[in-house]
Design a protein around this ligand. Structure first.
Ligand SMILES: Cc1ncc(COP(=O)(O)O)c(C=O)c1O
Length: 407
């Protein structure tokens, strides 16, 4: 925080504590991860990973080590099936557009099935492919907690279905899908349909065994696990054919042209090491903080709705609440003055004052969606952060409700 802002806050008697919960939009990168990246900018491996000299080989080595580690954490036998991209958005675009581009004229069907609460980096490329190549995109509805009902999915997947993409964990409301049941329905209804899952919000929060689950393609993103932003990865099973929608010079990645961002891949690798070094303990620790925060707010603040499920089918790091008679944007500003940073509505589209498509899909009214606040937690939070938040949020909500037009 700059001295000027600090002085301004002090002059208003505003506390100096800061708690950052906006991990949906992006998180800080821990020192260990930054330190793992730095040498690859100027000390080693700063060469092109496809070039045959020592500095190129060093770059190639860390790219391969990262692939091996990611593969191990996901139950993937062949690390070569991991493609690094420059974001989760790119990985999702490669999966959807790349698959449809390659298979558009092969008579494999014309229907693309995605859930209504997918990230926009799934929904938009699917719609784009429908405009370009005449695919029909179908959005599967979810229930009030954000679950895709496998029995309902049966009515959407058929012999004309070429691709199904359903995320493992929802990024806004934390719903953990019953992914095994979903895949079983897809594969038993149409064994030729390819199944992709966006696991950006599941990776490092729930155990994932890609090969056991029979997943064809899977996306992850660096900054969702306290890695750097600007790096993502797509797993593609050997027998799934893609054509890259991106054209240019190929490097290590045959599906994603351009020189690999080696320092960021090194940082991604370090973040994976950290997140998986004490998986169960970390997830449990965060779950306890989540429950304390959620229960504490519900006990202290009237007229609050929980968005997404409660209990074990909610991912450990997600708290999403709608504060009735409060404008979420106003609450983000009010909390920010007290050093608490959250996002409202849809985190990924919060600069657009449209209600989140996820919240609308679970049946929230516009005003309920606009009053929503997303807190995302991690093992870097402490109990005292939750105490401070529980002390601050009720006062902020009360103040805004006093001046609210909805009184
Ligand atoms: C579920 C999900 N998928 C994909 C993405 C896109 O990842 P990236 O920000 O790396 O482009 C996000 C971004 O927050 C996300 O929440």
């Amino acid at each position: 925080m700059s001295r000027k802002v600090k002085e301004l806050l002090e002059s208003h008697g505003i506390p100096q504590k800061e708690v950052y919960f906006d991990l949906e939009n992006s998180g800080f990168v821990p020192d260990e991860v930054v330190e793992a990246m730095i040498p690859y900018f100027n000390k080693k491996g700063f060469g092109h990973p496809s070039i045959t000299h020592r500095v190129g080989w060093e770059a190639l080595e860390v790219v391969y080590e990262a692939k091996e580690l990611v593969a191990k954490t996901l139950g993937i036998r062949n690390p070569e099936n991991i493609v690094f991209t420059h974001s989760g958005t790119e990985a999702n675009n490669l999966a959807i557009l790349g698959f449809l581009l390659k298979n558009r004229d092969k008579g494999r069907g014309k229907k693309v099935v995605v859930s209504a609460i997918e990230h926009l980096s799934i929904i938009f490329p699917a719609r784009f492919a429908s405009e370009l190549f005449g695919f029909k995109v179908v959005l599967v509805p979810v229930d009030r907690e954000g679950f895709v009902d496998p029995e309902i999915l049966k009515y959407y997947v058929d012999k004309d279905t070429i691709l199904v993409s359903i995320q493992m964990v929802n990024h806004e409301i934390g719903t953990i899908q019953r992914i095994k049941d979903i895949i079983d329905i897809v594969k038993s209804t149409n064994p030729d349909a390819v199944f992709h899952t966006d696991a950006a919000d599941a990776y490092s929060w729930i155990p994932i065994d890609v090969e056991k689950l029979d997943i064809d393609m899977l996306t992850i993103s660096g900054h969702k696990i306290h890695g750097p932003r600007g790096v993502g990865a797509l797993y593609v099973r050997e027998d799934v054919e893609l054509e890259s929608p991106l054209k240019g010079q190929l490097s290590v990645e045959k599906l994603w042209p351009g020189v690999e961002n080696v320092p960021l891949i090194a940082g991604f690798k370090k973040a994976v090491e950290i997140m998986f070094s004490n998986f169960d303990y970390r997830v449990n620790y965060v779950k306890n903080l989540r429950d304390k925060l959620m229960k504490g707010i519900l006990d202290r603040v009237p007229e609050v709705l929980v968005n997404g499920p409660m209990g074990d089918m909610r991912v450990a790091n997600n708290v999403n609440l709608s504060f009735l008679r409060v404008e979420g944007e106003a609450l983000t500003v009010e909390l920010s003055l007290h050093g608490i940073y959250v996002s409202s509505g849809s985190a990924c589209s919060s600069r657009v004052l449209e209600p989140s498509h996820v919240l609308l899909a679970i049946g929230r009214k516009h005003e309920e969606a606009h009053g929503s606040i997303l807190f995302k937690l991690s093992h870097y939070h402490r109990e005292e952060d939750i105490d401070y938040t529980l002390d601050t949020v009720p006062k902020a909500v009360e103040r805004l409700r006093k001046i609210s037009a909805w009184r």
